[in-house]
Ligand binder design. Structure first.
Ligand SMILES: NC(=O)C1=CN([C@@H]2O[C@H](COP(=O)(O)OP(=O)(O)OC[C@H]3O[C@@H](n4cnc5c(N)ncnc54)[C@H](O)[C@@H]3O)[C@@H](O)[C@H]2O)[C@@H](O)CC1
Ligand SMILES: Nc1ncnc2c1ncn2[C@@H]1O[C@H](COP(=O)(O)OP(=O)(O)O)[C@@H](O)[C@H]1O
Ligand SMILES: [K+]
Length: 529
């Protein structure tokens, strides 16, 4: 199982290891630098056979220290290495300083720093005399990035403490981001996290800048910034190098393939649960049918679509294996729910938002069954405090960003202002007293018992084809089906999110929402279900 660590949690791991005497910080830095070199050579094996030319951009903290280690290791492999330092050698922290000195036995450093007040553009000074302030800020030309095989961003890691500003000269050392697809350009590698990206949130603040990378090499575990928000775009591809720290607390787990409960062995259809999906009036029920189909495909033993009488003929024309039940109003729903084999309910897609549906949502919540609330059901809950107050821990809410803002306006504002998507989802789960799945390529799931997970449809699992009308309806059906099969709400949301993306990957370009449920058999087979 993989976990995400905040910067504070990573520092705590390091402090624990130091205090126990298990390892010295200088050794951790050596392992980090070695890990970066290993990751580079493994990603681009052609670089191990020959020596190239590298530019290492070091920052004023320990991220820069890792950079000095990389510079030394590449030099010792025969590479031609240039090192630039943002800051002053004299102010480096101890381990970074040690590695800077080791580098200075092999090569030189060109340093640049923020210009003193009143100076014009950033000045580059060459070389830095570590014992005295340079008498003259003589400009040095920015190196042409295209002369390098490799550029390493060791400027700022988890210690980024304020927004990055390209005016300070950081970007001049990299080819333009638009040239990412240009094969002749140097490879760009970020140590720990691309500089400028917030490692806890994945945000790059408005008006701020960040460097981009082809490869990001981080240590021990991914940080939220590698998978949330803008993170994957800037990181390019992320690998984890083990530097031997033991992980303590984490902020979330990273959802991986489910390893349980999706296979069917023996037993009767009722042993796999009976899901009820509720729909609205005729002409608008397509979304609920897709949801029902997804619930059946994921293996619910039975699925019934409950709809008003006027929608019966339309639904009957489309459905075979899915059963139909007339649910005109809250009273007919109450009667139908007397069958306690109905163990999971999904509602919202194509439900409607009139008084009929408001009463239906109230009835469903009062029934205290495992329930997924999506789309129109979320709109009704956002509008009616009495519905919000009825939410309970067997519910899963599946809002997209707009629905989340209607349900939790304050938290949505925090998110807009740079708060962590993980933290706002945790707070929402606490407020609503139920599981919340906040959608996106970075889907976050939090439950009131504190469980938190992130599903990243990123890197090798990027599935942009999911940005298509109705794909969310299928997701709610998948989760309802998992609930019917006996998963708890958090587990059902995790499994639904993973299957949803996997189904999109199995289909690929041209995907429309209807295609998703029919990819599920192939996905289940690949899991050995
Ligand atoms: N367990 C750990 O935490 C380990 C950390 N290591 C490395 O150490 C890094 C963290 O080192 P630090 O805590 O020294 O932090 P950083 O090196 O990430 O950055 C801190 C320095 O950057 C300056 N700074 C921050 N934001 C700035 C901005 N926008 N513009 C200009 N200056 C800015 C700060 O004033 C400070 O001098 C990690 O990212 C990783 O690369 C590794 O060496 C191995 C182990
Ligand atoms: N670019 C993307 N990458 C991965 N998943 C995405 C992307 N865009 C949307 N999704 C997923 O697709 C689904 C869309 O749901 P939603 O916004 O409710 O759409 P709809 O209401 O049309 O069904 C969500 O599960 C979301 O996480
Ligand atoms: K970096």
């Amino acid at each position: 199982m993989s976990f995400l660590l905040t910067a504070a949690q990573m520092r705590a791991n390091e402090a624990r290891a130091m205090n126990s005497g298990a390892v010295k910080s200088i050794d951790l830095m050596e392992r980090a630098g070695q890990g970066v070199v290993d990751a580079i050579l493994s990603r681009w094996p052609e670089m191990s056979g020959t020596s190239g030319r590298a530019l290492i951009l070091c920052g004023p903290g320990n991220n820069g220290g890792d950079g000095f280690v990389v510079a030394r290791l590449l030099h010792d492999r025969g590479w031609n290495v240039d090192v630039r330092l943002f800051g002053e050698i004299a102010k480096l922290p101890p381990d970074a300083r040690t590695n800077c000195d080791r580098w200075l036995k092999r090569g030189t450093i060109i340093s640049w720093q923020t210009q003193p007040k009143g100076w014009g553009n950033v000045q580059l000074i060459d070389p830095v005399d570590e014992h005295q302030t340079p008498p003259d800020w003589s400009p040095v030309p920015v190196a042409d990035p295209w002369q390098y095989t490799l550029i390493v961003d060791a400027l700022f890691g988890i210690g980024l403490s304020r927004p990055l500003d390209f005016k300070e000269g950081f970007s001049a050392h990299l080819p333009e981001c638009d040239l990412r697809d240009e094969p002749a350009r140097p490879k760009v590698v970020a140590i720990d996290i691309p500089s400028g990206l917030n490692s806890d949130t994945g945000h790059v603040p408005e008006d701020a800048d960040a460097l981009w990378a082809d490869l990001t090499v981080t240590f021990n575990a991914m940080k939220p910034g590698h998978v949330l928000a803008d993170g994957p775009f800037y990181c390019g591809h992320t690998v984890i190098e083990d530097i031997g720290l033991k992980n303590g607390e984490n902020i979330a787990r990273l959802i991986e393939a489910p390893s349980f409960f999706l296979s069917k062995t023996t037993g009767h259809k009722f042993g796999y649960g009976h899901a009820l999906i509720l729909s609205g009036n005729k002409g608008k029920c397509g979304a609920s049918r897709m949801s029902a189909r997804a619930a059946l495909r994921v293996g619910a033993g039975l699925v019934t679509l409950g709809c008003p009488e006027d929608a019966l003929a339309e639904n009957a024309a489309h459905l075979d294996a899915i059963m139909l039940e007339v649910i005109n109003d809250a009273t007919s729903l109450t009667n139908y729910l007397k069958d306690d084999r109905l163990n999971a309910i999904g509602l919202g897609p194509a439900l409607g938002t009139s008084d009929r549906e408001k009463a239906i949502v109230a009835t469903v919540l009062d029934a205290n069954r495992a329930t997924v609330l999506d789309a129109d059901a979320l709109t009704l809950i956002a509008r009616n405090e009495d519905l919000f107050a009825r939410l309970h821990p067997r519910c899963v809410l599946t809002p997209h960003g707009g629905e989340f803002a209607r349900l939790f306006p304050d938290l949505a504002e925090d998110l807009k202002n740079g708060a962590s998507k993980i933290e706002v989802t945790q707070q929402a789960a606490h407020k609503a007293n139920c599981s919340i799945l906040l959608k996106g390529a970075d889907t976050v799931i939090a439950s009131p018992d504190g469980q938190t997970s992130v599903h990243a449809a990123a890197y090798d699992r990027a599935a942009p084809w999911l940005a298509t009308a109705g794909s969310g309806d299928v997701l709610s059906g998948l989760i309802t089906g998992c609930l019917a099969r006996g998963a708890d709400p958090h587990q059902a949301a995790e499994t639904g999110a993973w299957l949803h993306t996997e189904a999109a990957l199995a289909f690929g370009p041209g995907l429309i929402a209807e295609d998703l449920p029919d990819q599920i058999p192939q996905v289940l087979r690949s899991l050995g279900a």
